[in-house]
Design a protein around this ligand. Sequence first.
Ligand SMILES: Nc1ncnc2c1ncn2[C@@H]1O[C@H](COP(=O)(O)OP(=O)(O)OP(=O)(O)O)[C@@H](O)[C@H]1O
Ligand SMILES: [Mg+2]
Length: 433
Amino acid sequence: MLAQILWLALLATVLVLLIIAPGLRRNYPYVWWCLLGYPATAVRVRVTWRRLTTNLGLAVAKRPGRALLGDLVVRGDPLKPVPPRLGAPKLRRGGLDVRVRLHPGQVPDHLLSAVEALTHAWRVHAVRLSSDELGFVTLSALAWDPLRAPIVPYQLKQRALRVVVGLLEDGRARMIDFRRAPHWLVVGATRSGKSTLIAALVKELAPQRVALFGIDLKGGMELPLFEDRLSALASTRAEAARLLAELVAETEARMQLCRSVGARSIWDLPGKLCKLPIVVIVDEVAELYLMATREDKAEVGEISTNLLRLSQLGAALGIHLVIAGQRVGSDLGPGVTALRAQLAGRICHRVSDSGTAEMALGDLNKDALAAAQRITLAEQGVAITADTDGQWRRARSIHVTPEQARRAARKYARLAPAWPGLHVDEPTEGVYL
Ligand SMILES: Nc1ncnc2c1ncn2[C@@H]1O[C@H](COP(=O)(O)OP(=O)(O)OP(=O)(O)O)[C@@H](O)[C@H]1O
Ligand SMILES: [Mg+2]
């Protein structure tokens, strides 16, 4: 009797869950995933594994596909192919992880070519593969695209020069950490999300003790939003050339200072000599390299050399670059490839020419390049991001509106240190900040 009641209760629960499933999925996707999506997908993973791996040629026969019958060699298909051993599918936020033990002779690349088929068979948004132990791979299935409407986990402890600017596909916070990767390259076609990412970056850096500088030659349309928080904003090439020369002078003064007290970087300076970190944001770098006349050539040469010097010397001296552009290619000038080599942090939005994607990611990882080329027009703000750990990830920036950025810049305007250089006739050599 009791057993019957329990069965009935179980049946009723399952029925109720099935009835409310569509609404649950729409409004509380994580609850839906835990209650229904995950168990169903876990069963699907186990049920389809043998057939899938056999069809994809990943299962191997323990016995050879031929046998001897007396003197006769009998050939045939292996009777019982054995699939790579599958662990228990583990629940994680918005997805599941499952460990696979590779057969001898198999490498993770063999499974990499199968992830598309796994995605279809398991009916999930995407399957990613990683291998952190020899002989094993972990397949991570994502139930839906977490970047469609990113909810950024803010519980992360903020640290100087490390800010959360979006969400990674695996649900973790996407950070720009200038102490790990001192300089960043941000590329993307028009309306792909570069300025929105810069707005998120400025909004998060605004409350920190850091001096922000802007170079915006696109008619000064994007960075002036944050002008209240910027110590200087260059909106013509002549101003940009001057600002960069001043920043190089600042770098040299800092270097001298470090040398005089025997410090290896500004972070090692004693308290009273401590220097403010500086972040220089360049929106549309190609404008800096455009040459129309012969006079332009000298100015472009100077800009290119100074940018390169800042990127080479700046990391230890607390001077950081964020260089954004629609098109960044070696055709802009010889200095660009050398500059790229110094920009360890890379962010590649949807691009309209393969040369730019190649410039941003080609020297790191071919997979990343292919993933960047798959970003669609509708996926504004989605980008492939890579930094010093050699791994790439798909991510989306927080959608910071121009108004939110302007408000944050105004709120923290008092934290913008004065930079007399750009506005005085005879800039003095030396440490301003
Ligand atoms: N993370 C995001 N989430 C949602 N929408 C976004 C996101 N990032 C950008 N967008 C949308 O894309 C539009 C264009 O973005 P943005 O101005 O940042 O592009 P851009 O790459 O700077 O373009 P341009 O090269 O023309 O300056 C924004 O107005 C916004 O509506
Ligand atoms: Mg822009």
